[in-house]
Design a protein around this ligand. Sequence first.
Ligand SMILES: Nc1ncnc2c1ncn2[C@@H]1O[C@H](COP(=O)(O)OP(=O)(O)OP(=O)(O)O)[C@@H](O)[C@H]1O
Ligand SMILES: C[C@H](N)[C@H](N)CCCCCC(=O)O
Ligand SMILES: [Mg+2]
Length: 225
Amino acid sequence: MASEPACIFVTGTDTGVGKTLISAALLHAYRQHYARVVGMKPVAAGLELRDGQWVSDDVQALSAASSITAPARLTNPVALHHAMSPHLAARLEDRHVTVAELLAAQRELATLCDAMVVEGSGGWRVPVNDTETLADFAIALQAPVVLVVGMRLGCLNHALLTAEAIRRDGLTLAGWVANTVSPDMPVLAENIDTLRQTLDAPLLGVVPWSAAPDARHITLELPAP
Ligand SMILES: Nc1ncnc2c1ncn2[C@@H]1O[C@H](COP(=O)(O)OP(=O)(O)OP(=O)(O)O)[C@@H](O)[C@H]1O
Ligand SMILES: C[C@H](N)[C@H](N)CCCCCC(=O)O
Ligand SMILES: [Mg+2]
């Protein structure tokens, strides 16, 4: 039987904290160790019309950072037009998204790769339907979790609550990344230190604010296997 690929689930303290950028950087880091590395965005909510095609920026960024091309039905089984919570975006399209269908895609994708980075949508407990959340998908995966902390005022509370929820859900917080999404956050270093002391998980990297962030130029530690 083929061995299971390395797989991590990337969540964030919120939407817009740089999960996509950090997931792409993690894909580049995995490529130093594994040949077949692929990103998955199980649910993309918010599509753009480009050259006559509806595309997800997140899916495109993960695909650009992957070393293999896999079918879109596996790397992004659910693509919803509206930029809103997945359960509401799905409702507008009369679609019922289930954790089971996301898991089926992930299982098939796992047969094609040696390492996989799965990017969540929004924060930890974002609904995908009226009864299930993306956290349920992460639980089904039993994957270690990497938390992207968008360094801005309010992030300490969000980071600590998210870490608590991940652990209460029985998963391992394998590491966290301090992503500087605000160019002028006061006492940034002190905030990072506070999280170093309280999150009780490895800090995989501190990413500075950049006017044009590029995942290829971000160096991150990988979580311990
Ligand atoms: N270190 C950084 N410096 C400057 N801008 C950043 C940085 N990290 C992320 N950004 C910008 O912040 C915005 C939001 O980031 P991004 O879309 O990656 O968030 P996300 O957490 O993936 O959101 P979603 O929940 O929609 O997937 C993007 O425009 C991105 O380029
Ligand atoms: C549209 C956005 N960029 C993400 N794709 C989805 C964010 C869902 C957030 C839901 C919530 O927590 O209120
Ligand atoms: Mg994203």
